[in-house]
Design a protein around this ligand. Structure first.
Ligand code: CO
Length: 137
């Protein structure tokens, strides 16, 4: 079902200091930057070979990432697996009895379609599945 790790999501308080670390000192290349109002985040994708690190900064305290930061502080937020067909992946997960946060895919960054699996269903690891846009980048 999963073809590879698409990205690792990292929650940060602010994008610029995180870019100073990931882009300037760790020398990862910024592939994409986008504000996703619907998810209450500004997201930056950095290339790591075929995979990515996704930096997530909350647009406000009352957003999922804002609440995560208040509770846990900055750090690892989620793991995202890539799929070629998110609708059939969601059906398969449901059939396997995996509890989902998103029953239907929603718009992700860079034209992708994404859905989150409930962390209680995946041993405490917040898990995202991603179907990339047909023509990424
Ligand atoms: Co993500």
């Amino acid at each position: 079902m999963f073809s590879r790790i698409d990205h690792i999501g990292v929650a940060v308080e602010e994008i610029e200091p995180a870019l100073e670390l990931y882009r300037d000192r760790l020398e990862l290349e910024v592939a994409h930057r986008e504000v996703v109002e619907q998810q209450g985040v500004e997201a930056v994708l950095l290339d790591v070979g075929e995979n990515h690190v996704e930096l997530l900064a909350p647009l406000g305290a009352d957003t999922p990432v804002g609440k995560f930061l208040a509770k846990q502080g900055p750090g690892l937020h989620h793991v995202a697996y890539q799929v070629s067909d998110i609708d059939s992946a969601l059906r398969a997960l449901k059939q396997a009895g995996i509890r989902l946060i998103d029953e239907q895919p929603r718009p992700g960054i860079r034209g992708s379609r994404v859905a989150f699996v409930h962390p209680r269903a995946t041993g405490g690891v917040l898990t995202e599945i991603v179907q990339p846009a047909a023509e990424p980048r």
